[in-house]
Structures are given as structure tokens and as C-alpha cells.
Design a protein around this ligand. Structure first.
Ligand code: ADX
Ligand code: SF4
Length: 249
């Protein structure tokens, strides 16, 4: 059973969001790192937003551990970026893998490309390859930094700067919550932050290779993720908007 790492009431959370709302992304990161030293961790998918956060974290005096979840189905360009980022910032990027036995059983039962056959199978794959490794990676930490932004999808509109995630028993912090896509790109270019070359080939949002395609001009940012599924239901279990609305009391 996951140990409860944090206790916060709905009222305290509301006050915290009000208190922190005027901080810049960097100030917000610094605030949490100072408040929860050694208990703050950052999950990077190596996406554009995550590269901004990695760059911001590199400018803080206290290091924050960074991890990425390798589902085994990533793009070669994503693996390249893991190494480029590691070298550019001289940091360790911890890579988490799914449990081999669980993957073997799942593939044996449903096939290697099970995600195309039903949403149930797709969710099973995300659960085994992403959510369970995430649970392990977050274990023992109190604060989880992510690159979620409101503009990314309708389902993410109601996210807060800071929320309590009951699934992982952790405070979830989204420092780029209110950044626009243009602001993210501006930061990347101004600071020469390394990014996934797929972004220049029509991929605004990058996940696993078989579940991500390029989008057309004018299409939604996340239209290329699990594109065969009904939009509005395209979360993988790492970020369930319904769960995020429930607060600890
Ligand atoms: S997803 O749920 O649809 O895959 P998305 O790609 O938008 O999420 O990324 C949102 C945030 O989730 C990222 O900024 C990152 O914090 C976290 N995340 C998503 N995928 C991974 C991954 N493979 N490894 C680590 N963190 C991830
Ligand atoms: Fe599996 Fe696709 Fe989910 Fe990756 S995004 S874990 S390949 S279903």
C-alpha cells in the first residue's frame, strides 16, 4: 500500500493556490523545492513543456530529481533527446521501465499492438507501461512537478496550479499551467533549450510511437494522440481530470 506522504485540506489547498498564483514558473519551482527539500520530483516525458521545466530547474541552486517513463514503445527521437538533455544540463535522468512479467502476460493475452483493438486494451497497456511505473517513481515523494498546461485540451481547462492527487498521494504542481504554446516556444528559442525534432515535423504532443501521429494545420494539439479514440476521453491514467478534482480533506 502506498504510504501517505502529505496531508492537506481543501481549504489549505485553495489558500495555497491563491498565495502562489502571482509567482512565475521559476519562483513557483523554487518555492516548492525550498518547502519540500528532497521530497520534490519532476516527471519528464521529454515534451516541449518538460524541456522548459528542466531548463528552469537547472537554474535553481538545489537539484530536483528528474525521471522519465520508458514504456518500451517510444520514438527513437525521444531516446536521442534523453541523452542530449542529460549531457546539456549535466543531470541524471532516471529511466523507469514497466514490469517485464506484466508486459509479457499482457502481450501474450492481447497481442503486441493491443491498444488498437479496444479502449479497454489501450488503457490496460497505459496502466502497465505508464501508470504503474509512475506510481513507483513517485513513491516516497511529497511533490510531483509536471508539464501540464490548461491550453493542451478541454479536459485540462480546470486544472489548478497545485492539487492533491489521491491516486498517488502527492501534491501535484503544474508550473506552466497558464502558459500558451507561443510562450513555451518563445522560452525554448530564447534559451536554446534542446527539443524533440518531431515537433518540427507536425507533432505538437508526443507520447508512444504507435499511439502518436502528426497533426494537420488547425488541428487540436492532442489530436494526434490515440487519434482513433473519441476526443475528450484521451487521458492515459497518469492524469485523470476527475481524480484531480477530488481533494484530500
Ligand atoms: S499524457 O498523459 O497525455 O501522456 P502528456 O504527454 O500530455 O501526458 O504529458 C503531460 C505531463 O505528464 C508531462 O509534462 C510529464 O510531467 C508527464 N508525463 C507524460 N508522459 C510521461 C513519461 N513518459 N515520462 C514521464 N512523465 C511523463
Ligand atoms: Fe501503450 Fe500506447 Fe499507452 Fe504507450 S500510449 S502505454 S503504447 S497504449
Amino acid at each position: 500500500m502506498t504510504k501517505k506522504n502529505i496531508n492537506i485540506t481543501t481549504e489549505e489547498l485553495k489558500k495555497l493556490n491563491e498565495q502562489l498564483s502571482s509567482l512565475t514558473a521559476k519562483e513557483l519551482l523554487a518555492w516548492f523545492v525550498a518547502r519540500y527539500p528532497g521530497k520534490t520530483i519532476f516527471s519528464s516525458s521529454m515534451g516541449l513543456e518538460d524541456q522548459v521545466i528542466t531548463d528552469l530547474l537547472a537554474s535553481l541552486s538545489n537539484p530536483v530529481p528528474v525521471f522519465t517513463l520508458d514504456t518500451g514503445r517510444m520514438f527513437p527521437e525521444t531516446y536521442d533527446l534523453i541523452d542530449i538533455t542529460r549531457q546539456r544540463y549535466n543531470i541524471v535522468i532516471e529511466v523507469w521501465f514497466p514490469d517485464g512479467g506484466q508486459v509479457r502476460r499482457m502481450v501474450g493475452e492481447h497481442g503486441i499492438n493491443l491498444f488498437y483493438s479496444s479502449q479497454e486494451n489501450r488503457k490496460l497497456c497505459c496502466h502497465i507501461r505508464k501508470t504503474e511505473p509512475l506510481r513507483q517513481a513517485l513513491s516516497g515523494y511529497s511533490v510531483w512537478i509536471t508539464g501540464l498546461r490548461r491550453e493542451q485540451s478541454a479536459a485540462r481547462q480546470d486544472l489548478e496550479l497545485v492539487s492533491f492527487d489521491p491516486e498517488f498521494n502527492i501534491l501535484k504542481v503544474n508550473p506552466l499551467l497558464n502558459w500558451s504554446t507561443a510562450e513555451v516556444w518563445e522560452y525554448i528559442r530564447l534559451n536554446r533549450v534542446p527539443y524533440n525534432t518531431l515537433h518540427d515535423q507536425g507533432y505538437p504532443s508526443i507520447g508512444c510511437q504507435p499511439c502518436t501521429r502528426a497533426v494537420m494545420e488547425g488541428e487540436d494539439i492532442r489530436a494526434g494522440r490515440w487519434w482513433w479514440e473519441e476526443s475528450g476521453k484521451k487521458e492515459c491514467g497518469l492524469h485523470d481530470p476527475l481524480k484531480a478534482k477530488q481533494k484530500s480533506s
